[in-house]
Design a protein around this ligand. Sequence first.
Ligand SMILES: [Zn+2]
Length: 254
Amino acid sequence: MIFKALRVVLLSPLVLMSCLPVAAQTRTVALTFDDLPIAATKDPAEAQSVNRVLLDALKKHHAPAIGFVNEKTVRELGRDNGKRILKQWVREGFDLGNHTFSHADLNNITLEQFKQEIVTGENSFRPMLTEVGKTPRYLRFPYNHTGDTGEKHDSVALFLKQRGYQVAACTIDNEDFLFNAAYIQMLAKKDDASATKLRAEYLAYTAVEIDYYASLHEHVFGREIPQFSKKSIIGSPPWRPRNPIPPIVFRTPS
Ligand SMILES: [Zn+2]
């Protein structure tokens, strides 16, 4: 919520959110960002600007993070522009993962089509990881759809394992995109007072969400487990969700 035009969910396995209230700071939350290089703008300059603000904020807080790439968006942004953003992540010490070529919904396509989505989804970011001695390790299923039949689910799981992937789950979604929609309007109206209030509300809400999911983990597992938060990198106003996203998580969409 610090950034104009950014959608956050909870993503990867690493961070302590230093901006949250004291009670939440004792928990580990991995920050993951979906839909790289950017979700809802085709303007390379804006995409670059959003990415720069995001990475600078993560670095300022010494927060490790992973971004999940849609290769189709890399191309739509202009390959050089899209790749430049991904390279910034890699060269500045962040990780990248696979979010499929076209943000494909496994429930709506065949097994073979989805395998192709995974392979072509690596086109830009795999060579970048190779340059720094890494390989793609995580895949986030678009919409968290892991297969609408047992056969599909198991076949994709095996394919991912053979290709060296783990599934990147997410355990928290703090509805950042809803806050973001209001925030963008406030910025457009130059209503700084409301924007400041909204930022505070967003952080407070996120802390409540983390506490809530921690309590669920206590209930299910008998202990707290490290959290994964997922956020989507969105473009600029006007932003409209491409898919309806349910208000409560544990969780499906991205
Ligand atoms: Zn996504």
